[in-house]
Design a protein around this ligand. Structure first.
Ligand code: SF4
Ligand code: SF4
Length: 98
């Protein structure tokens, strides 16, 4: 089972996912706090590549294709940088079947 899943490409996996984008951002990133961050852990840890460093030292973040895995919140060690909640009911990631 594991071997089969590993043979599925990232693009194929993404094609099975539907995102219902809510108007309210369920994750908010305070780019001002990010300016003092030395690890940039979110950039490499987010499986959906939703964090991008800016030339001024901040972070650009897009919540629209978030998997809601919580990894960014777990790896971030700067208080107040990430405010994390689930999307409102009926919004967010939906895995299609078939
Ligand atoms: S979100 Fe957290 S880990 Fe990512 S750059 Fe900001 S402070 Fe650093
Ligand atoms: S919850 Fe997961 S997918 Fe969403 S922004 Fe954080 S690390 Fe990326």
């Amino acid at each position: 089972m594991t071997a089969r899943w590993q043979s599925v490409s990232f693009d194929e996996r993404m094609s099975t996912v539907e995102f219902r984008v809510g108007e309210r951002a369920h994750i908010v990133v305070d780019s001002d706090v990010c300016e003092s961050c030395t690890t940039r852990a979110c950039v490499t840890a987010c499986p959906a590549n939703l964090f991008a460093p800016t030339s001024s030292g901040g972070i650009l973040f897009n919540y629209e294709e978030c998997f809601e895995c919580g990894t960014c919140y777990m790896v971030c060690n700067e208080e107040g940088a990430i405010t994390w909640t689930y999307p409102d009911g009926g919004q967010g990631v939906v895995f299609r079947h078939g």
